[in-house]
Design a protein around this ligand. Structure first.
Ligand code: FES
Length: 62
């Protein structure tokens, strides 16, 4: 989310802490780690961009 905002890419968010799922979007490829862990996991194939960090090259569908 911080990278998207730094690049002026509009993103949806509300809590920025893994609670509301407003920022949920598609994970096309790559891997990530959550910090903090979200309250509930996103749907399979999705990620929460507010609390995830890529672990290698990652492509997401904003
Ligand atoms: S902004 Fe609420 S879970 Fe990401």
């Amino acid at each position: 989310m911080e990278l998207a905002e730094a690049c002026y890419v509009p993103v949806r968010w509300s809590c920025r802490s893994g609670v509301c799922h407003t920022c949920e979007c598609g994970l096309i490829c790559g891997s990530l780690k959550y910090d903090p862990e979200p309250l509930d996991a996103p749907a399979v194939g999705n990620l929460l961009i507010c609390c995830s960090r890529p672990q290698k090259d990652t492509v997401i569908d904003l």
